[in-house]
Design a protein around this ligand. Structure first.
Ligand SMILES: Cc1ncc(COP(=O)(O)O)c(C=O)c1O
Length: 426
């Protein structure tokens, strides 16, 4: 904290650009914490918020409801094959807590009270609240709280760049899948398998091998375990598909969205469930099957309005198709980035790129400077006109999804310049 004795104040933002109080401009390579879709100050989104703010700013969805949130629930079910109902919250961590509670209570509602264990992937990330830390346990972030976290069954993840000795990617992938199957076949107390959909983002941009998630989905079905997916960072086009689980040919029982749901303008998340799950919560009052969970700002009409407008624009501007083309811009730079002497690996899918920095390319030792890597990259990035954030030794390129090819070229060039300039500091 001592290193951050001063923070730049962002006073305005337009399109892909942030402007601070001293008039410096930076291109937003963080998509304002991975959530910005259309760039800043998108007129249609600002209008949607303004219009709704004149009618109804907030009311609870406890016993009552509102029109924008009902419309959003329908919209979400429409874009999410296999899903039936939506449960709203106001941030991704809460959406994941809700998904765990729904999964555990599902078995309780069915009278299967012994099914209480959660299986998950090592190094996943599902948020910063206690349940989310227990399931998405990144040791560097949460080690200090370990003894307060409920136990989970953790399965290793195939990371092509850091495979254990002598394994090929395929062999290691099969090793991980076999481990899941072996444990599930012997333990009938497992309630749910929880994983990020398509890739682990905060845990180091680990993009799953093709077919990995599909196999997990099949194993879950075989052993009657719920599949709970987290699409908070990877859905809504970040990895190139509206819903990443369909691209992965997997069939979740519960899936959560957040971040990009409102285009990145207001705080909202949603946990969607299939018909089977929803049905188990239906009962008379004294059956006590309903879910005890709610937040003050659940279903906020301003957030729901801007989310509906953003979803309309996905269609109107054919955003997913556009992303397919724009994301190819990253590929042009693979060679130039890999040649930098501190770059160990590049991992890219859709509108997400992670660049892993190492001291020694052959030994793959992560860089470990005395100062915060994040601070070094922020400051040098700022000089190069780019807002960058690192995660450990990984430089993250996470632009707003609707960025133009021209601006994405500029963003990547500014990032390359920053990595090169940072070499003498790391
Ligand atoms: C995959 C994933 N799940 C959950 C979360 C938590 O979302 P929030 O920060 O809105 O609580 C994040 C945040 O980065 C995330 O990447």
């Amino acid at each position: 904290m001592k290193e951050w004795d001063y923070f730049d104040k962002i006073t305005s933002a337009k399109g892909m650009w942030l402007t601070d109080s001293k008039g410096h401009k930076m291109i937003d390579a963080v998509a304002s914490m991975w959530c910005n879709v259309w760039g800043h100050s998108k007129p249609e989104l600002v209008r949607a918020i303004t219009k709704q703010s004149k009618k109804l700013q907030h009311t609870s969805i406890f016993n009552i409801t509102n029109e924008p949130v009902e419309k959003l629930a329908k919209n979400l079910v429409k874009i999410s094959p296999g899903m039936h109902k939506a449960f709203f919250s106001d941030n991704g961590s809460s959406a994941m807590e809700i998904s765990f509670k729904i999964a555990l209570q599902y078995w309780h509602n069915l009278g299967e009270k012994k099914k209480t264990k959660i299986m998950t992937l090592q190094n996943g990330y599902h948020g910063d609240t206690f349940g989310a830390m227990a399931v998405g346990y990144v040791p560097e972030f949460f080690g200090k709280f370990k003894k307060h976290l409920f136990p989970t069954i953790q399965i290793p993840v195939p990371n092509q760049y850091r495979l254990p000795n002598n394994y090929t990617l395929l062999e290691y992938e099969n090793y991980c899948l076999d481990m899941i199957e072996k444990i599930m076949s012997k333990d009938n107390k497992i309630a749910a398998f929880v994983m990020e959909s398509g890739a682990q983002v905060a845990g180091g941009v680990i993009i799953y091998p093709r077919g990995f998630q599909k196999r997990i989905s099949e194993i879950c079905k075989k052993y009657n375990v719920l599949l709970v997916l987290d699409e908070i960072a990877t859905g809504f086009g970040r990895l190139g598909s509206m819903t990443e689980y369909t691209n992965q040919k997997s069939n979740p029982d519960i899936v959560s969205f957040g971040k990009m749901l409102t285009g990145g303008y207001l705080t909202m998340a949603a946990t969607l469930v299939n018909k089977k799950i929803y049905g188990s919560f239906l009962g008379d009052f004294n059956d006590w099957r309903h879910l005890f969970h709610g937040h003050t700002y659940t279903g906020n009409p301003l957030a729901a309005s801007v989310a509906n407008e953003s979803l309309r624009l996905y269609q109107k501007e054919r955003l997913i198709k556009k992303i397919h083309n724009t994301s190819r811009v990253f590929e042009k730079y693979y060679d130039e980035i890999s040649e930098i002497d501190i770059v160990g690996d590049i991992r890219h899918k859709g509108m997400l790129m992670g660049i892993e920095l190492v001291k020694d390319k052959r030994k793959k030792t992560p860089i470990h400077p005395e100062k915060s890597i994040n601070k070094i990259f922020y400051e040098i990035g700022k000089k190069n006109g780019i807002y960058l954030r690192t995660l450990g030794n990984i430089v993250m390129l996470v632009p707003p999804l609707a960025i133009s090819e021209k601006e994405l070229n500029m963003l990547i060039c500014n990032a390359i310049a920053t990595i090169k300039d940072a070499r003498k500091h790391v």
